[in-house]
Design a protein around this ligand. Structure first.
Ligand code: ATP
Length: 219
């Protein structure tokens, strides 16, 4: 039977070891313009057994499930930010911030830290050597500076256009106006550590993803 002292010692060792492992999680930013295929790549990476955090999903989800965040949003925008059932009133909020840059900035300064904290907790829970963070605006918001490495998924503009029109039923002009707000692909390619070109089929995309991950592991 182990003594209380040796039990305590092993608890300290375990906790030191888990702290060490947590500190070593390498955060890999995964990004790409609209219709580039980043969500498809995220699924491939997940199937390979790596944890993937979808920042855009959680930014939308947390406004409904994080009580502290809800409280702060109501304080900033008033009770109308939530409907009677307590759901985030996205349309109303968009209308309020549409032409009020200061209000939008204040809203983002509440939402972004909440997502950051949620992500940090998620990383600790997963305690993996590599974790991936899927974010559409990784470079635009300079979030790559908080990642160890970045992976860009890219494809020719006309192909991205076609894929999004097919997927979402959006018009050419609607997709174009989203593309215009995003950083041009050529600039993102310069910033990314690894680039996955998604100009052919899904089989090729899987191979490209595996190659990029191999390079990442070997660097
Ligand atoms: P968004 O920024 O709009 O969310 P995304 O970068 O996450 O887009 P995906 O949703 O992964 O892009 O891909 C866009 C569409 O193109 C999807 O319908 C997807 O199934 C399809 N797609 C992606 N890559 C390929 C490919 N190599 N071959 C065929 N279809 C593809």
């Amino acid at each position: 039977m182990q003594s209380a002292e040796s039990n305590q010692q092993s608890a300290i060792e375990v906790s030191a070891e888990s702290r060490k492992q947590k500190a070593e999680s390498r955060i890999i930013g995964l990004t790409g313009g609209i219709g580039s295929g980043k969500t498809t790549v995220a699924k491939i990476i997940e199937e390979m057994g790596f944890p993937v955090y979808n920042s855009d999903f959680w930014a939308k989800e947390l406004v409904n499930v994080d009580d502290d965040l809800k409280f702060r949003i109501k304080k900033l925008l008033g009770e109308n930010a939530y409907d009677e059932a307590g759901n985030y009133n996205r349309k109303w909020v968009s209308e309020q911030v549409f032409e009020d840059a200061e209000l939008l900035k204040n809203l983002n300064s509440i939402i972004h830290p909440a997502v950051k904290l949620h992500f940090e907790n998620w990383v600790s829970e997963h305690n993996a050597e590599f974790v991936f963070k899927e974010t559409a605006l990784l470079f635009e918001l300079k979030l790559n500076e908080t990642c160890h490495k970045s992976i860009l998924v890219t494809a020719d503009d006309n192909l991205r256009m076609k894929r999004v029109m097919d997927r979402d039923g959006k018009t050419y002009r609607e997709v174009e106006s989203i593309m215009e707000k995003q950083m041009p692909e050529k600039d993102k390619i310069k910033l990314a550590d690894y680039v996955i070109y998604n100009n052919t089929d899904l089989e090729e995309l899987e191979q490209q993803t595996e190659i990029a991950l191999q390079k990442l592991m070997n660097d």
